[in-house]
Design a protein around this ligand. Structure first.
Ligand code: HEM
Length: 475
C-alpha cells in the first residue's frame, strides 16, 4: 500500500480549497462530464490535480478521491458514518428497485443477512450441479455458433448465462434465456444500469418534467420487468402455499417467509426490489468481467495454451468442471478475470456521502457532500502492484513469493470492502472458473476486431462497447 500516512483528523483544507477543473459559470463542469466517459474524464483529472480534487455539478460540489487507504476507511464505516449517494436510493426507489445495493440505515442490515445467506459458500456448493447444467447449455449455444462460423458478441452471450444462473440460484426459476433468441428479460435489464448512471449524475431530476426517448424506453422496459418479477413472486407464493412446512429453497422464498413473520420489517416492495437488484447486480458485472478477461486471453496464445492445459486436466472427460472440489485446480481461470478487473474494473466509480460532518485525508467534509472514489488509480499504482500496467494473471498465484514484488491486496478494490463488500463475489468466482475453463477446453478464441477498437463505456458498470469473438472448436 502507498506509504502515505494521513492523519484523518487534522483539518488542513475545506472542500472549497480543493483544486477544480475550469468550468462554466453556474454550470460548473457539467458539460465536461459526459456520463458514458465519466470514469475516464475523472481519471485524467485525478492525474492532473491529485487526490482529492473537486468538480462542480452546477452549484453542487463533488469531491473525487483515489487513495486506497481512504477508500478503505470510508467503506469500513458504513452504514453508520457514510452512505452511498442519496440520489442512488431515490432513483432506485422510483424504478422499484430500492433493494440491498441502494438501501441505507436500518433497512439495509436485514436485507444484507438474507442475501448473504443465499449467496454463501455452502449454498453455492449445494447449487453446483445446477451451475454445471447451465454452463453445459452455454456450451451448446456456443458450439452451434462456432459450427455456423458466427461471430459472437460475447458480453451478450455471457449476460444470458449470468441471468439464468442468478435467477435459478436466487429465485428458483430458470428463465432459459440461453435457449431463446429475442424477447428475453435480459434485454430489458440491460437498459437499467445506463439509466441509473444518467439519473444519479443528473443536475436535477429532468425526467420528472420531460421524458427523453431513452426515458420512455426505460419506462416501457420497467413495466415488463415488474410484471415478470410479480409473476415470479406469485409462483413462489403458490409453491409455498402448496408446501407450507417446507423450509425456503432460495432467496425469494426466504424473503417471502421473512415478510410473513409477525414483526417483520421486510416489505413487499423490498422483496420485489431485491429480485430486481440481484438480477441487475448479478448479470452485468460478472458477464463484463469475463468478457474483459477474454480480450486478454485472445491476445496471448501462450496464456491460451496454459489455460487449455489447466482446463483439460481439471475437466477430464467431462464437458465442464464436473465437481465443486475440482474448481480449486482452475486458479488460472479465475486469475485471468481478477487481473482483468484490476486493469478494467467494472465498478470503476464508487459513490459515498458522509452522514455527519467528517474529516478525511485532512479535508473537512460537511454531511451530505458527494464523494466519488475511483477504483483504478490505486490498482495501477506501482507502490501497490509490481509492473502495474502489465496484464499478468500469475501475480494472483498463491502462495506468493515476496521476491515477486509488491502485491497490496487492500488496494484491490474491484469488489469494494467493509460491511457492504460485494456479497456475490464467491458466485462470480465460481462462474469465472466454470465459464473460462469450459471455453478454453472446447475452443480457441480470437477477437474479430483489433483490441484497440474496444472502448470503455461508463454505464454504471464500466463495460466494453463491443467484444466480438470467434470460436474455433478444438479437435
Ligand atoms: C465480477 C463480478 C462482480 C463485481 C466486480 C462486483 C462488484 C461489486 C462492488 C464493487 C460492489 C460495491 C461494494 C461496496 O460498496 O463495498 C458490489 C455490491 C453488490 N453486489 Fe457485486 N459484483 C460482482 C458480482 C455480483 C454478483 C454475481 C451478485 C449477485 C448475484 C452481486 C450482488 C451485489 C449486491 C447485492 C451488492 C450490494 C451489497 C450491499 O450494498 O450490501 N454482485 N458488487
Amino acid at each position: 500500500m502507498a506509504d502515505l500516512q494521513l492523519d484523518a483528523n487534522a483539518v488542513l483544507r475545506t472542500v472549497a480549497d480543493l483544486p477544480c477543473p475550469q468550468g462554466l459559470p453556474l454550470l460548473g463542469n457539467l458539460f465536461q462530464m459526459a456520463p458514458s466517459r465519466l470514469h475516464l474524464t475523472l481519471e485524467q483529472w485525478a492525474k492532473r490535480f491529485g487526490s482529492p480534487f473537486r468538480v462542480q455539478l452546477g452549484t453542487i460540489p463533488i469531491t473525487v478521491w483515489t487513495q486506497a487507504e481512504l477508500f478503505q476507511t470510508v467503506m469500513r464505516e458504513r452504514p453508520h458514518l457514510y452512505r452511498r449517494f442519496a440520489p442512488m436510493e431515490s432513483v432506485m426507489a422510483e424504478l422499484g428497485g430500492n433493494g440491498l445495493f441502494s438501501a441505507e440505515g436500518t433497512a439495509w442490515e436485514p436485507q444484507r443477512r438474507l442475501v448473504m445467506r443465499a449467496l454463501s459458500f455452502s449454498n453455492i456448493k449445494a447449487f453446483y450441479p445446477t451451475l454445471v447444467a447451465i454452463t453445459e447449455r452455454l456450451l451448446v449455444r456456443l458450439q452451434e455458433a462456432a459450427k455456423e462460423h458466427r461471430t459472437l458478441e460475447m458480453t451478450e452471450e455471457l449476460k444470458r448465462y449470468t441471468v439464468d444462473v442468478t435467477s435459478t440460484l436466487a429465485f428458483g426459476e430458470d428463465p432459459h434465456t440461453l435457449e431463446q433468441e429475442q424477447g428475453v428479460i435480459q434485454e430489458q435489464l440491460t437498459l437499467i444500469p445506463p439509466a441509473l448512471m444518467r439519473r444519479v449524475t443528473a443536475l436535477f431530476p429532468y425526467w420528472h418534467y420531460v421524458l427523453l426517448p431513452q426515458d420512455r424506453r426505460l419506462a416501457r422496459a420497467m413495466v415488463e420487468v415488474h410484471s415478470y418479477i410479480q409473476r415470479m413472486i406469485e409462483r413462489a407464493r403458490e409453491r409455498m402455499r402448496q408446501s407450507p412446512d417446507a423450509p425456503p429453497h432460495n432467496l425469494l422464498e426466504a424473503m417471502l417467509a421473512a415478510r410473513n413473520e409477525p414483526d417483520s420489517t421486510v416489505t413487499d416492495e423490498q422483496v420485489s426490489a431485491n429480485v430486481l437488484t440481484l438480477l441487475v447486480a448479478g448479470e452485468d458485472t460478472t458477464a463484463n468481467a469475463i468478457a474483459w478477461g477474454l480480450m486478454y486471453i485472445a491476445a496471448d496464445s501462450h496464456l491460451q495454451n496454459r489455460l487449455f492445459e489447466q482446463s483439460r486436466a481439471a475437466l477430464g472427460e467431462s464437458k465442464v468442471c464436473p465437481d465443486y472440489d475440482a474448481l480449486k485446480h482452475l486458479d488460472l481461470c479465475e486469475a485471468v478475470c481478477s487481473e482483468a478487473l484490476r486493469l478494467r474494473p467494472v465498478a470503476a466509480i464508487q459513490t459515498f456521502e458522509p452522514l455527519t460532518d467528517v474529516c478525511l485525508g485532512g479535508v473537512a467534509i460537511p454531511a451530505g457532500t458527494r464523494m466519488l472514489f475511483l477504483t483504478r488509480p490505486s490498482m495501477l499504482d506501482p507502490r501497490n502492484f509490481v509492473r502495474p500496467e502489465t496484464f499478468d494473471p500469475d501475480r494472483w498465484r498463491h502462495p506468493r513469493d515476496p521476491s515477486d514484488g509488491v502485491h497490496e491486496q487492500k488496494a484491490y478494490l474491484a469488489f469494494g470492502a467493509g460491511p457492504r463488500v460485494c456479497p456475490g463475489r464467491y458466485l462470480a468466482a465460481v462462474e469465472m472458473r466454470l465459464v473460462i475453463s469450459m471455453l478454453m477446453r472446447h475452443f480457441k478464441i480470437e477477437l474479430a476486431i483489433d483490441p484497440a477498437e474496444i472502448e470503455e463505456v461508463s454505464a454504471f458498470t464500466m463495460v466494453p462497447n463491443k467484444m466480438p469473438v470467434r470460436l474455433k472448436p478444438r479437435a
